[in-house]
Design a protein around this ligand. Structure first.
Ligand code: ARG
Length: 571
């Protein structure tokens, strides 16, 4: 039975194959050519056949005529061929009934599939550097990473979220020196990461005057590498303080990680990996450092060991990938970081290939653009970076002000203000393609009338209020009767939710869902303004429009959740 664009594409695909045996038309070609024409006289979906003429060696008119006759007997659709276009008319009432029935039965599971059953995806995301500020630069990896985790989970994959904390390196030697010299336990407990950053900054200021400090730092890091108790205890303290603070932000976003296995976790796994590289003759000396030459692949060498034998960022990533493959036997391991790290990933992925691990193709780097903040200066105590917690706090405050004005009944509701404020930031961030640089403007993100998070949440709240009113009035949904144009447009949009999820997963692109949410909102609000719902002229219409509102409510809730947005029932 015909129900979605994907179904139709499949039918057209088989019509191509039976009418033009051996043709090389792909399903993706059909999907991209199949669109909703502006004029409904041209069908609910239409496909131009011009592109196929050359490879099929026949005229577009002949192609559309042939396909139209092959598609004559499909229940629920009527197909016409007009001047090389294939115009498909959907039996609207039937289409409505089938789609709405599916959504109302599956409720919050609508759109879920078992595509990934039995397959594990490891997602490495957020991963801030310990004792360094958690700033807006981490927003991308945190929300894109978590959204991908939710999308893959929705598609039936077993997902493992790993926070690959930057918790190893010579900077910890410096911090230990600074803490021992100038640190105040109480101040550090209270000030958290800000205080650790201040100590780190002080180290650098003092080290300019006193070069001996650098030697002390090296000695302390060496002691940490030997697992000396004093250094280890301090280092663990820095990690605890940092994670405690990150968790506050993760809680606001409802994010939980399966593992907090930072770079240090792989220290004892690296010697074997280095031996493996040596045995495979991959390491060469380059100005005293051990590297894997990648000139042949148009890249600078991948650094494995420093002159003093210390390991590096790529060494730890390679060890982590091997550990994850052995431990989780992943189908894919996905790394979400800023595009600034693209070369790093390309280099060590190539090293994996050279080491002979053919699964290197299952390692995926998902890069994203940078964020800058405009409009309003958000003061921080740590200098010129904007901390994520400060950005969220400002957004929450502003959202509370707007809500107090719009809906005085909700004034002072901290939870809702936070859902709207933080939601606005996330939505704004996930609206553009991930690789584009974002210029964050608070007023725009919080504009209730724009294409924003608050607007989407507001639309969702509207569906909830209609649902509860219907319940009070004792109105129950039904699926019969003649659907009007606005109802049909909306159900058609709701029907493509599964396709949108598949697209977002294929392209590692949560913004596909964000833009889809805006489509639903536009279609729902048009329907809401043009049609009476609970006060419609007859009972059947009332009940059918309630059913459509419920379908919108379920789909919107799931879609918002997939992009890490909360969706309060009242705004
Ligand atoms: N800690 C790094 C940073 O803040 C990101 C780590 C990304 N993950 C990885 N496996 N390299 O830049």
């Amino acid at each position: 039975m015909f129900s979605t664009k994907l179904n139709l594409a499949e039918k057209i695909y088989s019509a191509f194959n039976s009418s033009f045996p051996g043709c090389e038309v792909g399903k993706d070609d059909i999907m991209s050519l199949l669109t909703s024409p502006p004029d409904k006289a041209m069908g609910d979906l239409a496909m131009p056949c011009f592109k196929f003429a050359k490879s099929l060696r026949t005229s577009p008119v002949n192609i559309s005529n042939t396909l139209a006759s092959a598609l004559q007997d499909i229940e629920g659709i009527k197909v016409e061929s007009v001047n090389g276009y294939l115009n498909v008319f959907i039996d609207r009432n039937d289409f409505f009934k089938k789609t709405a029935e599916k959504i109302l039965t599956q409720k919050k599971d609508y759109g879920k599939t078992e595509t990934g059953k039995g397959k594990t995806i490891v997602l490495d995301y957020s991963s801030p550097n310990v004792a360094k500020p958690f700033h807006v630069g981490h927003l991308g990896t945190t929300v894109i990473g978590h959204s991908l985790k939710k999308l893959f989970t929705f598609a039936g994959y077993n997902c493992i979220g790993v926070n690959h904390l930057g918790d190893w390196g010579t900077q910890f030697g410096k911090l230990i020196v600074a803490y021992k010299k100038w640190g105040d336990e109480k101040k550090v407990e209270e000030g958290g990461i800000d205080e650790l950053v201040a100590l780190y900054v002080k180290f650098h200021e003092e080290a300019e005057k006193d070069p001996a400090l650098a030697d002390q730092a090296r000695a302390h890091f060496a002691a940490l590498e030997r697992k000396e108790p004093e250094e280890t205890a301090l280092w663990e303290k820095f990690i605890d303080i940092s994670i405690k603070e990150y968790k506050k932000t993760y809680e606001q976003l409802d994010i939980e990680f399966d593992y907090y296995t930072g770079e240090s976790f792989y220290s004892d796994k690296m010697p074997a990996v280095i031996e493996d590289m040596k045995a495979k003759n991959l390491l060469t000396l380059n100005e005293g450092a051990s590297v894997v030459e990648l000139e042949e692949y148009g890249m600078p060498p991948c650094l494995i060991l420093k002159t003093d034998g210390a390991t590096l960022y790529p060494t730890r990533d390679i060890s982590a990938a091997l550990y994850r493959k052995n431990t989780f036997d992943f189908h894919k391991c996905i790394y979400v970081t800023s595009a600034a790290q693209s070369l790093h990933f390309a280099q060590w992925f190539r090293v994996m290939a050279l080491m002979g691990y053919d699964w290197y193709e299952d390692l995926v780097h998902v890069p994203y653009g940078t964020v800058s903040i405009n409009g309003e200066k958000l003061a921080t105590r740590t200098g010129n970076v904007v901390l994520l917690k400060d950005l969220f706090a400002t957004a929450t405050e502003k959202a509370a002000d707007i809500m107090a004005e719009k809906n005085p009944a909700l004034a002072g509701n901290k939870e809702t203000a936070e859902a709207v404020g933080i939601g606005a930031v996330i939505f704004y961030y996930l609206s553009a393609n991930k690789i584009r640089d974002i210029n964050f403007v608070m007023q725009d993100a919080l504009n209730f009338d724009g294409n924003t998070g608050p607007y989407a949440q507001y639309t969702y709240a509207r569906t909830c209020s209609i649902a509860s009113k219907a319940e009070e009035m004792g109105i129950t949904p039904t699926l019969s009767g003649d659907v009007c144009e606005d109802e049909f447009v909306l159900i058609k949009t709701l029907s493509v939710f599964p396709d949108m999820i598949a697209d977002a997963i294929r392209e590692y692109e949560p913004s596909i869902i964000t833009r889809y949410i805006l489509d639903i909102c536009a279609d729902f609000n048009r329907f809401y303004h043009n049609c009476q719902i609970l006060s419609a002229e007859d009972d059947e219409t009332k009940k059918r429009r309630l059913a459509l509102t419920l379908c919108t409510k379920y789909t919107l809730a799931s879609a918002l959740e997939l992009i890490c947005m909360k969706h309060p029932e009242k705004i």
